[in-house]
Design a protein around this ligand. Structure first.
Ligand code: ATP
Length: 131
């Protein structure tokens, strides 16, 4: 099992190590979670659409925030799943609630991102169709 190294060294070295662990977490998220890979594809499509449709700076802010929201919540959901599986490998009503609520949070964030996508890209696509 990996044990974290002692918290010695300069503040800069500690910061670099923390970034390394966080980067490792993002890799674990993308490797183990099919949903995270689907979010990545959706985020890529939104970014390409943003460039193609020439969305404004404000619209970019909304799109980037939506992408960050979904990935952050998916990451927290995955972390909760790992911890629940560690703490309660057997079935337990509280484990069930924890996983269901975490999954519900992912659903809410994805719905929010979908609404933002509609609000941002809808008018651009409509203008394109009506041209
Ligand atoms: N230890 C447990 N005790 C009780 N119910 C559980 C337990 N583990 C999972 N469940 C139930 O099964 C559902 C699915 O859990 P699972 O761990 O398979 O997540 P998942 O749907 O595979 O999530 P993801 O697709 O994000 O990996 C949970 O939402 C919960 O209702």
């Amino acid at each position: 099992m990996n044990t974290p190294p002692p918290a010695n060294g300069s503040a800069w070295r500690r910061l670099c190590r923390s970034f390394g662990w966080a980067r490792r977490g993002v890799v674990v998220l993308l490797r183990t979670q099919a949903n995270a890979r689907i979010h990545a594809v959706a985020a890529g499509c939104a970014i390409v659409a943003g460039f193609v449709l020439g969305i404004t700076r404000g619209e970019w802010c909304a799109v980037v925030a939506a992408i960050g929201l979904v990935f952050s919540v998916e990451g927290l959901n995955t972390a909760i799943e790992f911890v629940v599986d560690l703490a309660s490998p057997e079935l337990h009503p509280l484990a069930e609630k924890a996983k269901d609520v975490a999954a519900g949070a992912v659903l809410l964030s994805a719905l929010t991102a979908a609404v933002i996508g509609l609000l941002v890209f809808g008018p651009h696509l409509l203008a394109l169709v009506q041209r």
